[in-house]
Design a binder for this molecule. Structure first.
Ligand code: FES
Length: 144
């Protein structure tokens, strides 16, 4: 499959943009400073908080699993059986108390934070996959 160019100039803080790459949904989320701050406090609730498993390119093996803190790029498929989780920008605390935003998989209830890291006690074994990607310029991400 060919790489996909995505224009992120109109993406507002908190918004999710969905594109398709190699027949898979890929998400780009613009994370707010509050979300980024929250992500630093979840380690004890996560299965692989430090992204030890090879679910991301090396350049995204960091605290926010991204190249730029603000922009999160991930393959939007649950690592359990491949359903596409639902983005919950402000109702996720119904799923994980005290956590405002995240991804919830409707198929068997797996939960992921806004860095795609899986919470403990759910069927999904691994963090969401981060696809290979790069910045062509400030407003353009190349997926693949
Ligand atoms: Fe997501 Fe089973 S496919 S929890």
């Amino acid at each position: 499959g060919a790489p996909v160019e995505v224009n992120i100039s109109k993406l507002e803080p908190g918004q999710l943009l969905r594109v398709e790459w190699r027949g898979k949904p890929v998400w780009i989320v613009r994370r707010t400073p509050e979300v980024l701050d929250g992500l630093t406090k979840l380690a004890e609730q996560l299965r692989d908080p430090d992204s030890v498993e090879p679910q991301q390119p090396e350049y995204a093996q960091n605290a926010f699993r991204s190249i730029k803190d603000e922009y999160f790029v991930a393959v939007g498929l649950c690592t359990h059986l491949g359903c596409s989780p639902t983005y919950m920008p402000d109702t996720f605390s119904q799923q994980v108390e005290g956590v405002a935003s995240g991804f919830f998989c409707p198929c068997h209830g797996s939960k992921f934070d806004l860095a795609g890291r899986v919470f403990q006690g759910v069927p999904a074994p691994l963090n969401l996959v981060i696809p290979p990607h790069s910045y062509v310029n400030e407003n353009t991400i190349l997926i693949g």
